[in-house]
Design a protein around this ligand. Structure first.
Ligand SMILES: CC(C)(COP(=O)(O)OP(=O)(O)OC[C@H]1O[C@@H](n2cnc3c(N)ncnc32)[C@H](O)[C@@H]1OP(=O)(O)O)[C@@H](O)C(=O)NCCC(=O)NCCS
Length: 170
């Protein structure tokens, strides 16, 4: 979509971000959290946005349609010496904005950010093996399946497997 703006969040957008995550948690079963289960409250999200400002190996990218959040993608990394080179990618696009290239653009921008941050050399993520759109998206950008965690997710009495996917960027 041509009118979508991609940028980092500002602290004043904390509530909008928390609301978005709590909403999309109920829209898809593919996220690790359910509706209203997003782990951060507004104050914590605000602190998190401030923590990300100028952070070398952690970032958040918003896709905005005017004032409305269409999608969010993140890279989370440890500060530990032995693992700070590994960034974990998270992404969600709201249902009404899916299939329009927003997820692709978010991932592309995050990969570029990782390539330029001077720290990250590996990106990893977990995804349910039956999440076809997400698995296709990750394969398209060069991620490979590195392993599978069996019965990792339990939802309505049914177990689901998770792929561990990774990509080396240097
Ligand atoms: C996965 C997700 C982020 C993709 O975002 P999106 O904006 O719809 O993605 P795009 O429009 O850029 O599509 C990118 C690619 O995804 C794949 N894709 C998207 N929808 C698909 C579908 N219904 N079936 C199969 N592949 C699909 C295709 O490979 C597509 O590439 P192409 O258009 O070049 O063929 C989005 O579907 C989403 O947020 N889903 C719910 C939350 C989620 O699953 N997050 C990931 C958890 S690991």
């Amino acid at each position: 979509m041509e009118n979508i703006v991609y940028r980092n969040p500002v602290a004043e957008e904390a509530e909008k971000i928390v609301d978005f995550y709590n909403y999309v948690g109920g829209e898809t079963s593919f996220l690790s959290f359910e509706k209203d289960e997003y782990p951060l409250g507004v104050k914590e999200q605000e602190a998190e946005i401030r923590r990300l400002e100028g952070n070398a190996n952690n970032t958040m990218l918003l896709a905005l349609d005017g004032d409305e959040i269409a999608g969010i993608a993140t890279i989370n990394s440890s500060h530990k010496v032995k693992s700070r080179h590994e960034g974990e990618l998270g992404i969600v696009v709201a249902k009404k904005y899916q299939g329009q290239g927003i997820g692709s653009r978010l991932i592309e921008m995050l990969i570029d950010w990782c390539k330029g941050n001077g720290v990250t050399t590996r990106i990893r993520l977990d995804t349910r093996t039956d999440n076809t759109p997400a698995v296709s998206l990750y394969l398209k950008f060069g991620f490979v399946v590195e392993g599978c965690l069996r019965n990792q997710t339990l939802l309505d009495g049914k177990y689901y497997d998770l792929y561990i996917m990774g990509m080396m960027i240097k």
